[in-house]
Design a protein around this ligand. Structure first.
Ligand code: DHB
Ligand code: FE
Length: 282
């Protein structure tokens, strides 16, 4: 049986990918951020998952505004890094796990989550920057990846509660797969930031830290927060953190905190990272 042993969530600030790609992580401004990810990198190197399910949002790079699936799943054998305007990032191709992805699709659809099936898709910084943050600069990603995309960029987005429920359905799907696979689930995006308009540069440390507390110990409370409240407190783009609830929904109610990191600012953005482990996997 496949099982989800742990979850992690992280911001996916595109500039951090650029800093890794250009070997500038040791510069004084950036070094504290990358140092904050070291425990996660070490932990992941020890856990050695077979598959990482990455719940993230596309930013009109892999998809265009011609179509915006609310929930989509990557069922392909591989996914190329998207060209976001400066050419694709120089990172490895992302290898999928088609058999598990198709199994998940069937289970999720039968459970009422009408996933859009992606047989071909490029993956943008929402997926590749987190991989770089937790794996570093590598010649090949050390695990298979199943991309799960959530629309958080175009109104109307799914609710926080629906994202949490999706996590629970993902867990059920994984645990009914017949192959022995160690799976880690990741949620990306956030933390507080707004990169356009009058409130550009908004960062809300209090909200972010309270979110990290509650995500660890009482995530169901976070599902009651409305979109308007997320946008007001965390910024228009900060609302991406509802995807962290999908990661959290796929874990046990009581989890062990492995690592927590929060840093402001990364230019105009807050950066957060949390690693949580299921106790019964220990
Ligand atoms: C930026 C873009 C993002 O998608 C994000 O989540 C954070 C920051 C940016 O362009 O700075
Ligand atoms: Fe984003």
């Amino acid at each position: 049986m496949a099982r989800i042993v742990a979850g992690l969530c992280t911001s996916h600030v595109p500039l951090l990918g650029r800093i890794i790609d250009s070997d500038r992580t040791g510069e004084p401004y950036w070094q504290p951020i990358f140092k904050g990810y070291e425990p996660t990198k070490k932990w992941l190197g020890e856990v050695k998952p077979d598959v990482m399910i990455v719940v993230y949002n596309d930013h009109a790079n892999g998809f265009t505004f011609q179509y915006t699936p609310t929930f989509a799943i990557g069922c392909a054998e591989e996914f190329n890094p998207a060209d976001e305007g400066h050419g694709p990032r120089p990172v490895p191709v992302v290898k999928g796990h088609a058999r598990l992805a198709w199994h998940m699709t069937e289970s999720l659809v039968l459970d009422g989550f009408d996933m859009t099936i992606m047989n071909e898709m490029d993956v943008d910084h929402g997926l590749t920057v987190p991989l770089s943050l937790v794996c570093g600069k590598v010649g090949a990603w050390p695990f298979r990846v199943i991309p799960v995309c959530v629309n958080v960029i175009q109104y109307p987005q799914p609710t926080a509660a629906r994202c949490f429920a999706l996590g629970k359905a993902i867990r059920k799907a994984v645990e009914s797969f017949d192959e022995d696979l160690k799976v880690v689930i990741a949620g990306t995006g956030g933390m507080s930031h707004q990169i356009h308009g009058e409130r550009s540069g908004l960062i809300n440390k209090e909200f972010d830290n309270a979110f990290l507390d509650r995500l660890t110990t009482s995530p169901a409370e976070l599902t009651k927060i409305t979109h308007a409240e997320y946008v007001r407190e965390a910024g228009a783009e900060g609302m991406e953190i509802i995807m962290w609830l999908t990661m959290r929904g796929a874990l046990d109610d009581d989890v062990d905190l492995v690592h927590r990191f929060y840093h402001v600012p990364a230019m105009n953005t807050a950066v957060g990272n949390l690693v949580l482990e299921n106790r019964r996997s220990a």
